[in-house]
Design a protein around this ligand. Structure first.
Ligand code: ITT
Length: 201
């Protein structure tokens, strides 16, 4: 079966394709790069699920193939409602992630560890032609680091501290990130579901 990873973020596309190829080797995993002109839909939903569904419907309409789209965000307990599904728009889409991270760290300066709790949330929507989308969700708990560290991953990874590992998400190798991340977890769940659906077909 061919599965199109439907994201316009190349770092996210790499992560999604790596996890899916690792877990479901019989799947032919391709990205939107193979479908020139794929539109980038406006993410007007208010939840991760709604946005993932908007993205997967748009990709299926363009490709005609089974597609999977991902909507993710960072939730910070000390900044309620400011990021979450709006994480990309925090401080404006034109603002770099280095600047967004600096603004978050400034706002949280002096807060003790118990008040720095945060989590990444990832929702993926899977849709086959003629079917309705199906959503999966996973989270990765952590906290906001004191300073940015590491160069791996993307987005908010340099300020996302993993207490059990004693490092930020950006200090992990890609394989280590997949092991613990919101995206790794949810895509492994999706791969299991796909395998079951195939064997029941
Ligand atoms: P697509 O919508 O095309 O998939 P995007 O980058 O716009 O790409 P999202 O809307 O899901 O993806 O992104 C929400 C924000 O959360 C965005 O600013 C990301 O950089 C950030 N983000 C998502 N996953 C992340 C991760 O694993 N690590 C760090 N930041 C992440």
């Amino acid at each position: 079966m061919r599965l199109v990873v439907a994201t316009h973020n190349p770092a996210k596309a790499r992560e999604m394709a790596e996890v899916l190829r690792g877990r479901a080797p019989r799947l032919e995993v391709v990205t939107l790069a193979e479908y020139p002109g794929a539109p980038e839909p406006e993410e007007f939903g208010t939840t991760y699920e709604e946005n993932a569904e908007i993205k997967v419907r748009s990709a299926l309409a363009h490709t005609g193939e089974v597609c999977v789209a991902d909507d993710a965000g960072l939730e910070i307990d000390a900044l309620p409602g400011e990021l979450g599904p709006l994480s990309k728009r925090f401080a404006g889409e034109e603002t770099s992630f280095t600047e967004k991270a600096a603004m978050i760290l400034d706002r949280m300066r002096g807060l003790p560890p118990a008040e720095r709790r945060a989590r990444f949330v990832c929702c993926v929507a899977l849709q086959a032609p003629g079917e309705e989308p199906r959503a999966f969700r996973a989270t990765c708990e952590g906290s906001i680091a004191q300073e940015p560290r590491g160069t791996g991953g993307f987005g908010y990874d340099p300020i996302f501290w993993l207490p059990s590992l004693g490092c930020t998400m950006a200090e992990l190798t890609p394989a280590q990130k997949h092991e613990v991340s919101h995206r790794g977890k949810v895509l492994r769940e999706l791969a299991v579901w796909l395998e079951r659906a195939r064997s029941n077909a």
